[in-house]
Design a protein around this ligand. Structure first.
Ligand code: ZN
Length: 165
C-alpha cells in the first residue's frame, strides 16, 4: 500500500473495519517513512465460500460441478458440444461471483443457466427449465414453448456449431 504523501510503500495498520456489508475492509494506515495517515479500501478475498440458498431455505456451498451435471442431464443426447456446456458453466460462474459475495438463490442460478441454454438448444432448455425452474403448471410450459417458437431463428454461424438432428 503506497503512501499518498511520500509514495513510500511501508505502512502500518492503525485501525480497520469492514464496510459495504463486509465486501471490503477500510483500513487506516500510517506511513512508516513520513508518518502520514491515509485510508485504504481493500477487497475481501473470497475466503468464505459463496453459499447457495436452496428453495427449502437450506444453504450449500456453490459448486460449478453441480451446474455442469444439471446441464448435462438436460442436454442428454442432444448434439451440444461439451465445450459449449463448459462455457455455460463458466459464464454462470462469472456472473454469480460478479453479483454476489456471500450467497445466491438457487433459483437465480437456474435462471442464468436456462437463459444460456435457451439460445443453445431449445429441447435442452425446456428440459432444464422444467427441472429447475419448476413451472407452476402445464400452461406455463406451453407458454414457454410458444415463446420459443416465436423466437427468431438462430443467427448465422450458430447452425454450424449446433447442427440440428
Ligand atoms: Zn509517507
Amino acid at each position: 500500500m503506497q503512501c499518498p504523501y511520500c509514495e513510500a510503500y511501508g505502512s502500518k495498520v492503525i485501525d480497520s473495519r469492514s464496510s459495504e456489508g463486509g465486501c471490503s475492509i477500510r483500513r487506516r494506515r500510517e506511513c512508516l517513512k513520513c508518518g502520514g495517515r491515509f485510508t485504504s479500501y481493500e477487497r475481501v478475498e473470497k475466503t468464505g465460500r459463496l453459499m447457495v440458498i436452496k428453495k427449502d431455505g437450506s444453504r450449500v456451498p456453490f459448486a460449478s460441478q453441480k451446474i455442469l451435471i444439471g446441464i448435462q442431464a438436460a442436454c442428454g443426447k442432444r448434439p451440444i458440444p461439451e465445450e459449449r456446456k463448459l462455457q455455460i458453466v463458466r459464464e454462470v460462474e462469472e456472473t454469480v461471483y460478479r453479483l454476489h459475495e456471500r450467497e445466491v438463490q438457487s433459483m437465480e442460478i437456474g435462471q442464468l443457466v436456462a437463459g444460456l441454454l435457451r439460445t443453445t438448444d431449445q429441447i435442452a432448455f425446456v428440459r432444464y427449465a422444467s427441472e429447475y425452474q419448476s413451472f407452476d403448471s402445464i400452461e406455463d410450459v406451453e407458454e414457454t414453448i410458444k415463446e420459443l417458437k416465436d423466437m427468431p431463428p438462430p443467427v448465422e454461424g450458430q447452425n454450424e456449431l449446433f447442427p440440428s438432428e
